[in-house]
Design a protein around this ligand. Structure first.
Ligand code: NAD
Length: 414
């Protein structure tokens, strides 16, 4: 199933369970705006190549569109549409005043020089400029984009729209020196940890002494692993695209982070044994955190998962078929639109700080994030228990309902 098919399927089951009116269902099924831009870039060699770029605004019913920009060879309009729709429900689940959007350029940034990447970013930003603005559409980093790229987007917007004067609120995930927020780098992994803490209390499955497995030791996965480690969960296995390592009594996560920084991979970490990517996912453990890419748990391996809780740090790591299998095995799933919403929540804080010109310290960011993540977890859980549905459906229902209410509340123009 493509990401788009998964997004539509999850939306339709939420809409059906909520008994949404057919006109609202058909409205919310489609994005509000879709822009495709032609992005020509002069390479260092002097040759000009062109790339396809996209920006999709799925819904602005609850606020400006919010969502990352992905640079990846596999980016397609369909994928961007799916990711934009997920952003809409995600912002609604954590109840922040944003709609959903997403952008992408089909390119391989790993093959580009810094200069080429900057020219690509500025030309793409110029192309989607009519959609952008602090009250219209606010991009952020996603796969293979980073704070430096956000700085170039902010600068391009400021030069073209504000006569060169800075408009920091047009993009989040910026470097601190340009108006980024404290805590943004840690936010997604921190939010995953906060959801797990709430789940642990609900399930009476203490983190202390538990066993955790993390697939994908990048931004989201390594921060979540580090927080669990420092709260006495034994992180027994982690992986990245180049390898996976296992230690029965728990890996030394701070040292593993240093090893990854030094060598670029978790593979070869001393005091651990190698394990295959497939075996890692089916290890017996309490908490399994897929934090890499889509389709990690499918109908092929779902039956062999031995975790008690699956926390989706990644977007879309469990397919709908696998969902049904995990459900039948009694696995407690924390769905992506709740579990990884810490990132967009601190993006919201960054935007608030930019708009107020008043900046918060790390403690303030962390405590506000914890309040929102814990409240959201309990709202989804309460709906799941009340309607006797699983956490995935409950999160989708909560997100879709809030957007449907805002859409209906605004009425139909003209
Ligand atoms: P990242 O690039 O920092 O890390 C991804 C990690 O996954 C890398 O270590 C990579 O080597 C590893 N990986 C890739 N393929 C793998 C495989 N087959 N098996 C094991 N490991 C593999 O990216 P990230 O920002 O941590 O994002 C990870 C996921 O979290 C994505 O789905 C992303 O959309 C989602 N997410 C991230 C954020 C955020 O703020 N970073 C927010 C919301 C959602």
């Amino acid at each position: 199933m493509s990401a788009y098919e998964v997004a539509i399927k999850n939306f339709e089951s939420a809409a059906q369970t909520l008994e949404l009116k057919p006109d609202l269902v058909s409205l919310l099924r489609y994005p509000e705006r879709v822009l495709t831009v032609n992005v020509p870039v002069r390479l260092d060699s002097g040759t000009v190549v062109r790339f396809d770029g996209y920006r999709v605004q799925h819904s602005t019913a609850r606020g400006p569109a919010k969502g990352g920009i992905r640079y990846h060879p596999a980016v397609t309009l369909e994928e961007v549409k799916a990711l934009a729709m997920w952003m809409t429900w995600k912002c609604a689940v954590v109840n922040i005043p944003f709609g959903g959007g997403k952008g992408g350029v089909a390119c391989n940034p790993k093959e580009m020089s810094d200069g080429e990447l900057e020219r690509l970013t500025r030309r793409y930003a110029a192309g989607i400029l009519p959609l952008l603005g602090p009250d219209k559409d606010i991009p952020a980093p996603d796969v293979y984009t980073n704070p430096r790229i956000m700085g170039w987007i902010m600068d391009t917007y400021s030069m073209m729209k504000s006569d060169g004067y800075p408009t920091p609120g047009v993009v989040t995930g910026k470097p601190l020196t340009l108006g980024g927020s404290e805590g943004r780098g840690e936010a997604t992994g921190a939010g995953v940890y906060m959801c797990l803490k709430a789940a642990a209390e609900h399930l009476h499955l203490p983190l202390k002494g538990s066993r955790t497995v993390v697939q994908g030791f990048g931004n989201a996965g390594s921060v979540a692993a580090n927080r669990l480690d420092s709260h006495m969960s034994r992180v027994i296995a982690v992986s990245d695209s180049q390898g996976a390592v296992y230690r029965k009594d728990g890996l030394d996560i701070p040292k593993l982070i240093l090893h990854k920084e030094a060598t670029g991979t978790v593979a070869g970490f001393p005091d651990s044994e190698p394990i295959s990517h497939e075996d890692l996912l089916v290890l017996e453990c309490d908490y399994l955190i897929p934090a890499a890419l889509e389709n990690a748990i499918t109908q092929d391996n779902a039956g062999r998962i031995r975790a008690k809780v699956v926390a989706e740090a990644a977007n879309g790591p469990v397919t709908p078929e696998a969902d049904a299998v995990l459900d039948s095995k009694g696995v407690f799933l924390i769905p992506d639109i709740l579990c990884n919403a810490g990132g967009v929540t601190v993006s919201y804080f960054e935007w608030c700080q930019n708009e107020q010109h008043y900046y918060w310290d790390e403690h303030e960011v962390e405590s506000k994030l914890e309040r929102i993540m814990t409240r959201s977890f309990h709202e989804v859980l309460a709906l799941a228990l009340d309607r006797k549905v699983n956490m995935r459906l409950a999160a989708n229902m909560l997100g879709v309902l809030r957007v449907a209410e805002a859409t209906a509340g605004r009425g139909l123009y003209p």
